[in-house]
Structure formats: C-alpha cells, structure tokens
Design a protein around this ligand. Structure first.
Ligand SMILES: [Mg+2]
Length: 260
C-alpha cells in the first residue's frame, strides 16, 4: 500500500518566531540576541504533537542549533536551511567527503571582507563599513572568477547562492504538503504561495502580506511576539482540526512518506 503524503507546518525563524524585542527565551547569535516568548514555544510544542513541524530558514545548521538549544522538548521533523539549499531530517548530516570550496576565488578577490564559515552551500560575507557598493563589488568578483551566483544583500551581510534561493524547493525534497506555512520576508513568499493555509504578521514585508491576503490566509493584526502568538494560535486551531480528521501520529521520512 502506498503511504499517504504527509502534511506539515513549515515555519520561518527570524521575524516570524524570533524577534529583537526581549522575551523569556534569549537566543544569542553572531548578529546579536533574538528572543522567543515562552507562550510561542508552548504553542509550537502543542502544534508539533499533531502535525510535523519543519523549520524553513535562511540560517545555517550551526545557527539553527543555537535556537534548538533553547527549544528543548519541541520535536522538529525536518530542517530547510540556507533558504532551501539544504534539506535535512536531522540538523547535522554525517560527515561526507570534503569537497572543494567553490567560493574561494570570490573570497580571494575580496580580502577585507569577513567570510561566515558556517554556511555549507551558499557564500556568507560581512562587508567592510567603508564598502559603499557591496553588491557591485561581488558582481565584479563573480564575473572575474567566471562563477554564476544569485546575490542577496542585507544591512551588513551579503549572501551568494549557487541557485535561486527557494524554501519551496527545499520543502519539495521532503515530498510533504506545506499544509500551514508561517513567514514574514521575501524568502518565504514562494512557500506561502504553495500552502493552503499561509499566515503572517503585521510587521511582515508588504509583498508577503499581499501574498497571504490573495490566498485568503491569515494576517495577524499584531507584530513581534504578540503577532507570533496570535499566528500560532490560529495555526494550532487548524492543526487540531486536521489531527481530528487524521488522528494517527506520524513521522516524515526523508522521501516524504509518512509512517503511521
Ligand atoms: Mg524571516
């Protein structure tokens, strides 16, 4: 008998579960401290008892590990990391053969930039404050090195992806239905579009809110931790209804089949 396709809740971290405003759970990172409220953690734990929860984030595995350290007791069924470049049922895979570093020619051309070494597939860089045109500098380095890359620039960081970043592609590797998706930024839009129950917060990017509204999903009227708690209560109601119609607990396998 063919196993049925699992449903999951896919949730972003920064700006969706985690915020810069202080709350009970403090999670230190390279760019400062992010916080999660205890109520949000409790709600997520309740959802995870009924529906597999997958973290879908731009962070790398080490960075997500720091978050999980503070979320003991919540069972996550998978991880989409580096904006879809890595998909894992467990956060850290067993060590494989060391491959050649494809980004070394770029780093060599930008000697004053600091590389973020924990990224496994994309290139993460912190550019010097004196760099007025970081994107242009990387475009030049890519052209000179003959390497194709997709650039995303943040306040002080810049990332280069070998393929277009897509959490939707990452989730597809699990072969699960993104039943509920919670996110707030550009990197969540393609996954929110694939979900029958997309949700976001008042502080989300306007394109994200538009996407969620167009799908008749849920836009919380609150921001920060109040918005997250509101969003998770909405998601918990949907998970409860789904669980009542399919009450068997199940786990996601790497190929996406569910195991009753
Ligand atoms: Mg986010």
């Amino acid at each position: 008998m063919t196993a049925r396709r699992s449903r999951c809740l896919a949730v972003d971290l920064d700006g969706t579960l985690l915020h810069s405003e202080p709350a009970e759970l403090a999670i230190p990172g390279l760019s400062g401290v992010q916080y999660m409220s205890r109520t949000s953690a409790d709600l997520l734990r309740e959802i995870a008892r009924r529906l597999p929860v997958i973290i879908a984030t731009g962070r790398n595995a080490h960075s997500v590990g720091r978050v999980l350290h503070h979320l003991n007791g919540i069972s996550f069924q998978g991880f989409v990391l580096e904006n879809g470049l890595l998909t894992r049922p467990r956060l850290f895979s067993k060590g494989g053969p060391t491959r050649q570093d494809p980004w070394e020619p770029i780093c060599r051309r930008l000697p004053r930039w600091r590389r973020l070494h924990d990224y496994e597939n994309c290139l993460g860089l912190v550019f010097p404050e004196s760099e007025a045109f970081p994107r242009a500098a990387v475009e030049t380095a890519l052209t000179e090195a003959g390497i194709a890359g997709h650039i995303r620039c943040e306040t002080r960081k810049l990332f280069v992806y070998p393929t277009p970043p897509s959490k939707r592609v990452g989730i597809r590797a699990f072969n699960v239905e993104p039943f509920i998706v919670l996110g707030d930024e550009w990197n969540d839009i393609d996954l929110l579009e694939a979900s029958p129950h997309p949700g976001t917060l008042a502080s989300a990017h306007s394109d994200v809110r538009r996407t969620v509204q167009s799908k008749r999903g849920y836009c919380s009227r609150w921001s920060s931790h109040a918005g997250t708690e509101d969003l998770l209560r909405w998601a918990a109601d949907i998970a409860r209804s789904a669980f009542e119609s399919q009450p068997r607990p199940y786990k996601i396998q790497p190929n996406g089949d569910s195991i009753p």
